[in-house]
Design a protein around this ligand. Structure first.
Ligand code: T1G
Length: 705
């Protein structure tokens, strides 16, 4: 391993280069190396100024997140960068930070301890720590308001989004944008300022404003954090830390920040969010399909079906700059699909997400048509027709005749057997499931369903394509509902049983909303349409085990034409703005169903509602792992975090269960099994891990060992 940090001279300018691939994280040895070389440069009389720069693709991208687990486990002393940052800021010779790539977290904090910052045009700077459930821990909340003002500092520290070099320059975080070679530009800048007494960011107070001006700013930030990051502790802690910068001295503010950082770092929320961070990267690793597996070029796409899903899928390709043909069978349906796409893009322009020019460019990449013209040139064809096996088979048989031999044929089916679909073609090795989540152009999850004969090349191409489409691709096996929807079954079943047993509809939804779910299960069913599940239940009725209790209310509502939001009434009734309110008529229906089933209704508290629904997810997830339908428990967590609105600060269903303790979860499932029968049969894997005192993380580690 080469030197992590090295020194060189460019005339009278000392250059310190950090070289810790892949992202120049502040891993052990890096902060020490920078400190040592700053000291040496200061003692070197031939050095008049110092430039600090990152080798490879980026400046420092932050502390080494892999180290946090060791710190919270007490295996490593706490990370403190203050000595390094003070050494930089107190250097008698000016220090210029040369930023490219992403100066994030500790990277920006190191940069702000410098006297000046210069940046490449396409660089970004940010304090994304809140996304990991922590806050900046090296004076980021203290120096950022001093350089950029309180409003920008609150925005960046509490909500975690980076800013471009242009914005950073306008705000005063960056002193100059360097066109061309960054190092040369930074050295030239260093020569310009070499004789000037180095300005210390910590001593700037001109942008800290005053209490009266800042109060409304902090108040609205707290309100926004409570709404957009419901249940999260770090954003509120970050706001407290920035507020301390405006009311305390720099040293006191740093002490306040350190306390808040420590509280967040040791929280369950941070451990869960760090699990999610690495989990999103772990799901890309497919045993048996090495990183260097060849992938097929995806230059042209085609989509069959311009409904809600097909339109969203076409947008995904256009958003990635891939021309896409969008086919429907009737002009009216095609026009409706294109109108939806235009409306979605127009909303993004209205919200300032991107410009009209970008919208026009993306629209121009979508070719709506009623024929298969051009499908023969497509590198990938996504099928998104009505969720019925007969129609899907018909479409795939047709595609098999038209598509070129190395075209990937990807079905968006959400539950149907991908092998049965593949068998209608002469090329089952080219068939795979690309299961998007509605709205397909918004939800990050892409469930990639491997068929028995799907080739490694098609799988590897699909995983790479997911990244290009800005999705999180998770590979799953072929079974009814694959992984996400298969787990959702028991979750939804329990929610429906609970209302039959006495829990009011809105009490079930509120319990899960307060747990952190984006939406309660019954409200979610109303949004998706109760008729969707009703049709699937009827399609699979013949597979149901006789005598096994089934939820009855949803069917009863559908028989009354209450399909949910789309008909103005489902579990709730909806006003013209689709605002939901509990419906006494539904309560009467539920009581009638309960009576018919001989159910004695009772009071049910929020604790039982959460256990019955979330543990149902976990139990099914354990069965999915046992069957090898999912590769790892973390894959199921990422599926639920990116596709089902599971609260990120709880890490996903399997991580949450491990946090509760698998022995406790298993004990509760056994109790439900005793009361509610065989649907609650504990998964053998869960029983085994519980008995061994293990977690699902242990399971994943053993599997990857
Ligand atoms: N620590 C350790 N590993 C990291 C890392 C980090 N900070 N950032 C990335 N990696 C690994 C990642 O796991 C992957 O590994 C590889 O690098 C490429 O990452 C003191 C306490 C920088 C924008 O939150 O946002 O500083 O899978 O696939 O898409 O106050 O990585 O190859 O084995 O994501 O080009 C704050 C987190 C830390 C930045 C690059 N910093 N990283 O994205 O590549 S806390 C962050 C990112 C902190 C201070 C506090 C992104 C990226 P592998 P990648 P990418």
């Amino acid at each position: 391993m080469g030197e992590l940090v090295r020194f060189s001279l460019d005339g009278e300018i000392g250059v310190i280069t950090i070289d810790n691939p892949p992202v120049n994280a502040l891993s052990p040895g890096v902060p020490e190396g920078i400190g040592t070389l700053i000291e040496q440069a200061c003692r070197n009389d031939s050095v008049r100024a110092i430039v600090v720069i990152g080798a490879g693709r980026t400046f420092i991208a932050g502390a080494d997140i892999k180290e946090f687990g060791k710190i919270t486990a007490g295996q490593r002393p706490r990370l403190t960068l203050h000595p390094l940052l003070n050494a930089i800021e107190n250097s008698p010779k000016p220090v210029v930070m040369a930023i490219h790539g992403t100066a994030f977290g500790g990277g920006l904090e190191v940069a702000m301890s410098g006297h000046y910052r210069v940046a490449a045009q396409d660089a970004q700077v940010g304090q994304p720590e809140v996304k990991l459930g922590i806050i900046p821990g090296a004076a980021g909340t203290q120096r950022l308001p001093r350089l950029a003002g309180v409003a920008r500092a609150v925005e960046m520290c509490a909500f975690g989004e980076p800013v471009s070099a242009t914005v950073a320059f306008a705000d005063g975080i960056v002193d100059r944008i360097i066109d061309g070679d960054l190092l040369a530009g930074a050295v030239a800048f260093a020569r310009e300022i070499a004789g000037i007494a180095p300005p210390k960011p910590s001593e700037r107070t001109g942008k800290l404003g005053d209490a009266a001006a800042n109060a409304p700013l902090f108040a609205s930030a707290r309100e926004r954090a409570r709404k957009t990051k419901r249940g999260w502790m770090a954003p509120l802690a970050a706001i407290d830390a920035v507020e301390a910068a405006t009311t305390l001295s720099f040293a006191e503010g740093c002490a306040k920040e350190a306390d808040l950082f420590q509280q967040c770092l040791f929280s369950d929320q941070s451990k869960a969010l760090i699990h999610a961070f690495f989990g999103e990267r772990a799901v890309n690793k497919i045993p048996g399909i090495p990183k260097e597996t060849s992938t097929l070029p995806i230059r042209r796409a085609a989509v069959v079906g311009a409904g809600t899903m097909g339109g969203g899928i076409a947008m995904n390709y256009a958003n990635a700059g891939i021309p896409v043909v969008l086919k429907e069978t009737a002009q009216e349906a095609l026009d409706r699909g294109m109108a939806t796409i235009r409306r979605n893009y127009a909303n993004s322009v209205k919200n300032g997400r991107f410009s009209q020019a970008v919208m026009d460019k993306r629209l121009a990449l979508i070719t709506p048509q009623l024929t298969y013209d051009g499908f023969e040139n497509a590198d990938i064809i996504a099928e998104a027709v009505f969720e019925g096996m007969a129609l899907k088979k018909e479409v795939f048989a047709e595609l098999d005749k038209i598509a070129k031999p190395d075209a990937i044929l990807a079905s968006n089916t959400s539950t149907l057997d991908i092998d049965e679909i593949a068998r209608t073609t002469s090329r089952p090795h080219m068939v795979i499931g690309h299961h998007y989540f509605s709205p397909a152009n918004v939800m990050r999850l892409l469930e990639i369903v491997r068929g028995a004969e799907t080739s490694n090349e098609v799988i590897a191409t699909s995983m790479a394509l997911a990244k290009k489409l800005n999705k999180v691709g998770v590979l799953v096996g072929n079974c009814r509902g694959f992984a996400g929807n298969r787990m959702l079954g028991p979750y939804g079943r329990e929610a429906q049983f609970l209302v039959e047993e006495g829990a009011p509809v809105d009490a079930v939804d509120r319990a899960l909303y307060e747990f952190g779910m984006a939406m309660g299960p019954l409200a979610m069913n109303d949004l998706a349409g109760l008729d969707v599940g009703w049709r699937i239940r009827k399609e699979y009725q013949h597979l149901e085990k006789p005598g096994l209790r089934q939820p009855r209310v949803a069917d009863r509502l559908c028989e009354l034409g209450r399909y949910g939001q789309k008909t103005g009434a489902g579990y709730y009734k909806y006003d013209e703005n689709r605002k939901a309110s509990p419906d006494p008529e539904v309560t009467a229906i539920i009581e009638e169903v309960a009576k018919e089933q001989g159910i004695v209704r009772r009071e049910i508290d929020a604790g039982e509602i959460v256990e019955r629904t979330i543990y149902a997810l976990v139990n099914e997830g354990a069965k999915i792992l046992e069957e090898g339908i999912a590769l790892r428990a973390v894959d199921l967590d990422i599926i639920y975090l990116t596709g089902y609105g599971f609260p990120a600060f709880r890490g996903g269903p399997m991580w949450y269960a491990s946090t509760v303790g698998l022995a406790k979860v298993h004990e509760r499932i056994c109790s439900f099994h005793g009361i509610h029968g065989e649907k609650w049969e504990p998964a053998p894997l869960l029983a085994r891990l519980a008995a061994q005192g293990k977690t699902f993380e242990d399971f994943d580690k053993e599997k990857s060992a």
